[in-house]
Design a protein around this ligand. Structure first.
Ligand code: AMP
Length: 146
């Protein structure tokens, strides 16, 4: 089976080379389109309705979104992925944002890193890769981050 659209899930706060290299290689091998996503996490989510966004919050958020997009564009450009295929979303849980975008752009392969956490770290931090797998309708390639 040939993949038509590869989506790389990139955490701009870590070195994303392993994930981007693998995604770019899969896209190359399959002659497919390559898109990237970074999900900026909505840290207000746990406060629910008790959090009312004010002007400072809106300014911080738009600054954060702008910087994230600039950083993602910069990282992705090295792999030939340009503006329109670089997506920054704002979500309470990154795996949800990745799944939503995969559905929207009809990606048939998601490439995501995994740290292979164990024990307490696994319980506390979970894993983006396993969140992405929940109810996903396409293939997922998990790349071991060392
Ligand atoms: P984690 O399991 O949360 O440590 O994350 C491992 C991998 O999940 C990273 O290498 C990325 O591929 C992906 N990932 C983590 N956080 C994000 C994020 N905020 N946006 C997009 N992808 C992410």
């Amino acid at each position: 089976m040939r993949y038509k659209h590869v989506l790389a899930a990139v955490d701009i706060n870590e070195d994303p080379k392993l994930v981007l290299n693998q995604a770019a290689e899969m896209a190359d091998l399959n002659g497919s389109r390559l898109s990237v996503i970074y999900a900026l996490e909505d840290v207000t989510h746990p406060y629910g309705d008790s959090f009312t966004p004010n002007e400072t919050y809106s300014l911080l958020l738009s600054g954060g979104l702008k910087r994230s997009k600039e950083r993602l564009d910069e990282l992705s450009a090295q792999y030939g992925v340009l503006g329109g295929d670089c997506h920054v979303s704002y979500e309470s849980w990154p795996p949800r944002a990745i799944r939503k975008l995969a559905k929207k752009v009809k990606a048939d392969l998601i490439v995501v890193g995994t740290h292979g956490r164990k024990g307490v770290k696994k319980i506390l931090l979970g894993s983006t890769a396993s969140g992405v797998l929940q109810g996903i309708g396409c293939d997922v390639l998990s790349v071991r981050i060392k």
